[in-house]
Design a protein around this ligand. Structure first.
Ligand code: TQI
Ligand code: CA
Ligand code: ZN
Ligand code: ZN
Length: 165
């Protein structure tokens, strides 16, 4: 079953902004932009929140690619192991999503880490979902190299996000 963060962190505004501040060299910028947009739209379809991209200035959810120590007390670890993390809803670092730029990011399901899958999972955290015990939930705690074409939120992910919003 899905779980929420301990204090049921959630966004209080219906209009959430996001900004992509850095990129990976594994994918084109256009591809990263489109995949992030798709990941947001998968959550948007289930809840009355709107997500709007901004290109400069402040934003609720800042998305970046980082390596090793990047100033938030949760350093990445080089290739493998930790591949991404996100902060639950809140001010400052709240909602922000970091991807480990020492991973090989891909749109394939054979090599590297599938960027759409990771983006959907991490945005789930940004919106207030913690991990699920249901193995086919996107919020299940382990990364599965799934088939991107078939990627969709499970019933459990949807119940969780609709409970919150
Ligand atoms: N990163 C962990 C994760 O995103 C970090 C984490 C552990 C965490 N416990 C948490 C974040 C509780 C929020 C709340 O779950 S990870 C993916 C990805 C990771 C990454 O790199 O170990 C998945 C684990 F990127 F694919 F989404 C699972 Cl599915
Ligand atoms: Ca890593
Ligand atoms: Zn970080
Ligand atoms: Zn997670």
């Amino acid at each position: 079953k899905y779980s929420l963060f301990p204090n049921k962190l959630k966004w209080l505004s219906k209009d959430i902004t996001y900004r992509i501040v850095s990129y990976t060299s594994d994918l084109s910028r256009r591809t990263v932009d489109k995949i992030v947009e798709k990941a947001f739209s998968m959550w948007h379809e289930q809840i009355p929140l709107n997500f709007r991209r901004v290109r400069m200035g402040p934003a609720d959810i800042i998305i970046s690619f980082e390596t090793k120590d990047h100033g938030d007390g949760s350093p990445f670890d080089g290739p493998g192991n930790a591949v991404a993390h996100a902060f639950g809803p809140g001010p400052g670092l709240g909602g922000d999503v970091h991807f480990d730029n020492d991973e090989y990011w891909t749109v394939s399901n054979e090599i590297g880490i599938n960027f759409l899958y990771a983006a959907v999972h991490e945005l789930g955290h940004s919106l207030g979902l913690s991990h699920s015990s249901v193995p086919d939930a996107v919020m299940y705690p382990t990364y599965e190299n799934g088939d991107e074409a078939n990627l969709k939120l499970s019933e459990d992910d949807i119940k969780g996000i609709q409970k919150l919003y």
